[in-house]
Unconditional design. Structure first.
Lengths: 203, 70
């Protein structure tokens, strides 16, 4: 029903104005003028009311992409309870995306990546800082800013290897004996997370 | 306009992303070394009071102080 709403609304306005509205693709610049044919026909129909605002008139223009690729990547790495890195300028970040380890350099294509349990490493000169991330998302913007959000991220030294092994054995056994779909899914998650932690500690 | 993308196994089993993400986070917290583990579990404690309503009036509230396993 709502899909028809835009068509019904534009039906009452002249055809020329609806064509110009739909022709605009995603852009970093906003149109400098409001659609004048629409405003004219509005004034004919309802001269005492202001023409309605469209969402684009409330939007701030996106930060423009620099014409040359910046030398550093700005990383914002946040957890629900702490801001781990805030506006830190680094050379490269490797994130554990569901599609594999993804290396992010300045000037990376804008991407939204879902993260899987794995290691995230932040490279600054010769320093490499590694965190084990439980899950989350990474938003890479066109202006070489990376926003990485994770639910839980710990430095590798804080993980206890024996508990990881024990957990892995537990969940592998639960997976074998699980009956319902939900139990199987939970056991599978357990196996995946513990295997990832295992690989992180040994790799 | 149905998309035919493969769904992750947890969604196929009826779990939402938030549930999946919370389970992963809990598993990681459980595998931490000692002072960090206690801190993390402490940080994630929730306390809430729940009252069911019947006939326009709240019944006796139950107080739940769950540690995160839920």
């Amino acid at each position: 029903m709502l899909r028809q709403a835009s068509r019904l609304l534009s039906r009452s306005v002249t055809a020329a104005s609806s064509k110009s509205v739909t022709a605009r693709a995603f852009s970093t610049e906003l149109p400098s003028t409001v659609d004048s044919t629409f405003v004219e026909s509005w004034k004919k129909v309802a001269p005492n009311m202001d023409p309605p605002q469209t969402p684009s008139s409330f939007m701030k223009p996106r930060p423009s992409t620099a014409s040359s690729i910046p030398t550093k990547l700005t990383v914002n790495f946040v957890l629900p309870y702490a801001s781990e890195l805030s506006g830190k300028e680094v050379d490269m970040v490797i994130i554990p995306a569901t599609t594999g380890q993804m290396g992010v350099l300045p000037g990376h294509v804008p991407t939204i990546a879902e993260l899987k349990p794995g290691i995230m490493s932040v490279h600054e000169g010769t320093d490499i800082k590694k965190y084990f991330v439980s899950s989350g998302f990474a938003f890479l913007h066109a202006n070489s800013v990376a926003d990485i959000i994770a639910v839980e991220a710990v430095p590798l030294e804080n993980i206890d290897a024996s508990q990881v092994q024990k957990g892995l054995a537990d969940f592998t056994q639960k997976l074998a004996s699980a009956s319902t779909d939900l139990e199987k899914a939970e056991a599978q998650i357990g196996v995946e997370v513990h295997s990832a932690m295992n690989a992180a500690l040994s790799g | 306009m149905a998309s035919t993308a493969a769904v992750p196994f947890w969604r196929a089993a009826g779990m939402t992303y938030i549930t999946y993400s919370n389970i992963c986070a809990n598993l990681v917290r459980n595998c931490l070394k000692e002072p960090f583990k206690a801190e993390a579990l402490n940080r994630e404690k929730v306390h809430f009071s729940l009252s069911k309503w019947a006939g326009g009036k709240p019944e006796k509230p139950t107080l739940r102080s769950d540690t995160p396993g839920v």
